[in-house]
Each structure stands twice: as structure tokens, then as C-alpha cells.
Design a protein around this ligand. Structure first.
Ligand code: ADP
Length: 159
């Protein structure tokens, strides 16, 4: 059984993340979305909120689970017995960052493989940070996130 983890901040989960999760769910027996639970990281949503939004977003994907994790990604992979890390690659800045992280992870846990899926064309320029910025300035983000995430974003920003 091949288990993969898909780690990230997911602040909040977007259709770009979901595209990667849906496509990797077809490649592995089980996919665990690992939501960073990092105190101090400047995020808009709490860990509980990010987990809840991600769980609701993958309700239609039975082999996908959502778990919080703190500490090293490789330790999380070991804990859940994953053989693979999944990451999404957008055209611009992702490659260098992923390459450095992959080199470090390989040193820490050589048996763990990294699988990067290229972002679909329509989500190439979608990031949680840009999304939050657009929402904050009153932009329409409804096509970029699941409906419940759009509602949560609007509520959070209104406060
Ligand atoms: P992190 O803080 O680890 O970058 P993110 O939640 O921003 O967490 O992203 C998690 C993963 O999803 C990363 O591999 C990132 O490159 C990927 N990702 C984010 N947005 C997209 C997108 N629009 N299309 C494809 N992959 C994406």
C-alpha cells in the first residue's frame, strides 16, 4: 500500500491545492493532507479552521485524509508510514524552494520520495497569499476556492 503525504499551510485550501490532491489521490492508495500546526507562523486561519476547511473540501475523495502536524515533515511521514511526499509546482518560484527542501529531506530520510505534480494551467498563479490579498481588497475569489472557504474568508476579513 502506497501512502503519500501532501504537506502545507493550506491557509486556506484553494482549488489549486485541491487539483493536486485530486490528481495524487489517483496515484496513491492513501493521501494524507498534512496541515502545518506551527505556532508563530503568521497565518490568517487557526490550525483547527484550516483542518476543518480542508476536510470539508475533500469529503468526496474517500482515500484522502487531513491531519495536523508540527515539526519536521519527514517525522510526520515516518509517523504515518508514508513513502512519498507530494508537492505542487507552479511555473515561477516553486522549483528552487522545493529542490532545496527535497535535498534536505533526502538527507534526513533517504527512502522517502518526493513527487511533484505540475499545477494545472488555470491555477498557475493561484496562491493562498495572493488569494487573501485579493479577498481583503474586495476582489471576487469565488472561482478560486470551494464555496465554504469563500464564506469563511469573507467572514474572517469582515471582522
Ligand atoms: P507551504 O507553506 O508549504 O508553501 P502552501 O499551502 O502554500 O504551503 O502550499 C502547499 C503545497 O501546495 C506546495 O507544494 C505548493 O507549491 C502547492 N500549491 C499551492 N498552490 C498551488 C497551486 N495553485 N497549484 C499547484 N500547487 C499549489
Amino acid at each position: 500500500m502506497t501512502i503519500a503525504i501532501y504537506p502545507g499551510s493550506f491557509d486556506p485550501i484553494t482549488n489549486g491545492h485541491l487539483d493536486i490532491a485530486t490528481r495524487s489521490a489517483k496515484l496513491f492508495d492513501k493521501l494524507i493532507i498534512g496541515v502545518y500546526d506551527v505556532p508563530g507562523k503568521r497565518l490568517l486561519f487557526t490550525t483547527a479552521e484550516r483542518i476543518e476547511m480542508a476536510r470539508q473540501a475533500v469529503i468526496g475523495l474517500p482515500s484522502v485524509e487531513v491531519e495536523p502536524f508540527a515539526g519536521l515533515t519527514v517525522s510526520f511521514a515516518k509517523k504515518v508510514k508514508a513513502q512519498v511526499i507530494v508537492r505542487g509546482l507552479r511555473m515561477s518560484a516553486d522549483f528552487e524552494k522545493e529542490f532545496d527542501m527535497a535535498m534536505m529531506n533526502k538527507r534526513l530520510f533517504p527512502e522517502l520520495e518526493l513527487v511533484c505534480l505540475m499545477s494545472s494551467l488555470e491555477y498557475q498563479f493561484l496562491s493562498s497569499s495572493l488569494l487573501k490579498e485579493a479577498a481583503n481588497l474586495g476582489g471576487n475569489i469565488d472561482d478560486l476556492v470551494p464555496k465554504h472557504v469563500a464564506v469563511a474568508l469573507k467572514n474572517k476579513i469582515r471582522r
